[in-house]
Ligand binder design. Structure first.
Ligand code: BF8
Length: 631
């Protein structure tokens, strides 16, 4: 098969060929070698929860076991597996949020950390929301109290999560009625692990209740803490024009790729690469300077806040090293392929792990400490700089890179809309202009395209084709995570992309001066989308489930994506998946997720791998909602 059938990003083709010629194995090779994939796993019917197993339920024929050794049936096994994945996803996002809270605490209490609290306005507003005293208080004390209160959200013994107060009243009533209101983040995740232990919960609907609560404690808890405290500490994102794709690597500069998730590391690395002594050192090594570029979600974070180029998404991490031009790939947590150390070994690239939660055999481990963040970062950058001279001859950097606008936080979206509809003299400061555009029908609705890359879908095509279909039909697209990379690389975040829009959306983009696909950040920042929906629903006097909006994860693969999908559905949003979750072995669970939940939460899952068909279904859902709202 040609490379075109593996990725729709032309920057990858020559590197895939280079990898093949240099006998470097990539994700696509390993996916091919893995075929056929295990049918039991694919359907969610393999249980390894205890040492009597593994137990497998035979679904495809009359013969074979229909129950595990303990008696667990297909519904119990599939729902337990799904619940555990959701809990893992929720824990990954939430632990990220916890680390940001720690960093905020150090910024307030410990000058050695090198972090400074950037956004006092957002800090004070959150402090007031949480009932923390701000009158005549030192900003550092307010920051420390906000950080401590955030940390208490993980394990407080009584009450519910503070951020759920931000949801519309009707939503909170549904959560209370269904007993899924999140209480404390760690508690809700632990309860999934406990209740899915051998001999505990066997009722798939009850298992899903526990899992939904843990997912909500991600979206309205850990992720929201991550986003809000990152904005306080590092600044609220504003629109920037940036470059994206592997063409952002530079032949004559030290290339440092920062890959992973937590902005605590990337923000410190950004300060370190601008250190005059390190720049001088780079020049002494024969480089023109230090080129910092981002990969995966940490790349989204520093692109949104500082305009740093976005080198590539999940499926491009190995190819970045295959260029031979990456002097260091510095990683923290999540979505870092262990394969990187094998690829790095074939070039001069130093793969540097920084988190005690994610070490990789064959990589160099340089611990990153939030307590002395900038000093840690400088040591890491120095490793990259000193490696420049070790480059070998086999360098190829593809020319492909595109330009686009990133940095559409809710604050930035509201500001942009205010500039047009209300005159700058009387900005609304609310979602009114957005609500007006939706009510008038100029915008039919909005869809969030989010999530990963997965070999089961042609790389980036799921995101790009779906986005194109939607904007053609006057549906505004917002995006995060690896979907955001796909869209910016395809030119959909440029102002010229207005040419691909329907008349209504093109007019809005022209008036407001925005691209039709708005970059809202990393996967943790899907909490921004929850808040935007919540504000819109409250403004329109409806529940989130009534809004003409949808979610889509055309190429999802991670447990985090499962947690996101679950909290989005439980928040009332119709959600389209391009890849089926591993639940299809249980008819009851599949029906629950794609049908029954609609009557309870308003949102539900749909599965469609063809982006054009997916767009049709999404648009018909949006039009149905418009009809019900009589708009
Ligand atoms: O959190 S989209 S592959 S990078 S999991 Fe990972 Fe998926 Fe990319 Fe960020 Ni999100």
């Amino acid at each position: 098969c040609d490379f075109e059938c593996l990725s729709c990003d032309a920057a990858n083709y020559k590197l895939m060929e280079k990898a093949r010629n240099e006998k470097i194995e990539t994700v696509w090779d390993r996916a091919e070698a893995m075929q056929p994939q295990c049918g039991f796993g694919e359907m969610g019917l393999c249980c390894t929860n205890c040492a009597m197993g593994p137990c497998r339920i035979v679904k495809v024929s009359e013969d074979g076991p229909k129950k595990g050794i303990c008696g667990a049936d297909e519904d119990t096994i599939a729902s337990r597996n799904l619940a555990r994945s959701i809990a893992a996803g929720s824990s990954a996002h939430s632990d990220h949020g916890r680390d940001i809270a720690h960093a905020l605490y150090h910024a307030a209490k410990n000058p050695e950390s090198g972090y400074k609290v950037k956004n006092h306005k957002k800090l004070i507003s959150l402090a007031k929301e949480w009932g923390i005293d701000t009158e005549n208080q030192d900003i550092k004390d307010i920051a420390a109290n906000v950080a401590k209160t955030a940390l208490e959200e993980f394990g407080k013994p009584f009450g519910n999560l503070r951020f759920i107060q931000r949801a519309p009243e009707d939503r909170k009533k549904i959560w209370n009625k269904m007993n899924v209101t999140p209480r404390a983040i760690d508690r809700d995740i632990v309860e999934v692990l406990h209740s899915t232990h051998i001999g505990c919960d066997a009722d798939y609907r009850n298992i899903m209740t526990t899992a939904i609560r843990a997912a909500l404690s991600d979206g309205w808890g850990g992720s929201m803490i991550g986003t809000e405290l990152s904005d306080i500490l590092f600044g609220v994102p504003e629109p920037h024009e940036i470059e994206a794709n592997l063409g952002v690597l530079k032949e004559d500069e030290v290339n440092l790729v920062i890959h992973g998730h937590e902005p605590t590391l990337s923000e410190a690395i950004l300060i370190a690469v601008n250190d005059p002594e390190l720049i001088e050192l780079a020049k002494k090594q024969g480089a023109e300077g230090i080129n910092l570029v981002g990969m995966c979600c940490t790349g989204n974070e520093i692109a949104m806040r500082h305009g740093i180029p976005m080198a590539g998404n999940f499926f491009q991490q190995e190819l970045a090293i295959v260029t031979g031009a990456v002097d260091a790939m510095v990683v923290d947590v999540q979505c870092i392929m262990p394969a990187l150390s094998q690829v790095a070994k074939c070039y001069h690239t130093k793969l540097i792990t920084t988190s005690p939660k994610a070490k990789i055999p064959g990589a160099i481990h340089m611990q990153f400490n939030e307590e002395e963040a900038i000093e840690s970062a400088k040591r890491i950058v120095k490793e990259a700089v000193m490696n420049f001279k070790n480059r070998q001859g086999n360098i190829f950097i593809p020319q492909e890179k595109s330009k686009g606008f990133v940095g559409y936080s809710n604050e930035a979206i509201i500001n942009a809309l205010d500039k047009v509809t209300n005159s700058t003299a009387h900005p609304s400061g609310t979602v009114k202009p957005l609500a007006d555009a939706i009510k008038s029908g100029v915008l039919r609705g909005a869809v969030a395209i989010v999530g990963c890359n997965n070999h089961k879908v042609l790389h980036d095509k799921g995101h790009v084709e779906l986005a194109k279909e939607l904007i053609k039909n006057d549906v505004l697209v917002v995006t995060t995570g690896c979907g955001a990379y796909a869209c910016i690389k395809a030119g959909l975040m440029s102002k010229e992309a207005r040419g691909l829009c329907g008349k209504g959306l093109a007019t809005v983009c022209e008036l407001v001066n925005i691209p039709p696909v708005l970059h809202m950040g990393s996967c943790v920042d899907i909490s921004r989308i929850l808040l935007l929906l919540s504000e819109l629903a409250k403004f329109m006097n409806v529940d989130i489930k009534d809004l003409p909006v949808a979610g889509a994860a055309p190429e999802w693969m991670s447990e985090k994506a499962l947690s996101i999908g679950t909290y989005v559905v439980a928040s009332g949003v119709y959600t389209m998946l391009g890849v089926a979750p591993q639940v299809t072995g249980s008819d009851n669970l599949t029906r629950f997720l794609t049908n029954d939940v609609k009557d309870i939460y308003g949102g539900y899952f749909d599965i469609e791998s063809d982006p054009k068909e997916a767009a049709k279904k999404i648009i018909s859902c949006i039009e149905e909602k418009r009809k019900i709202l009589s708009i």
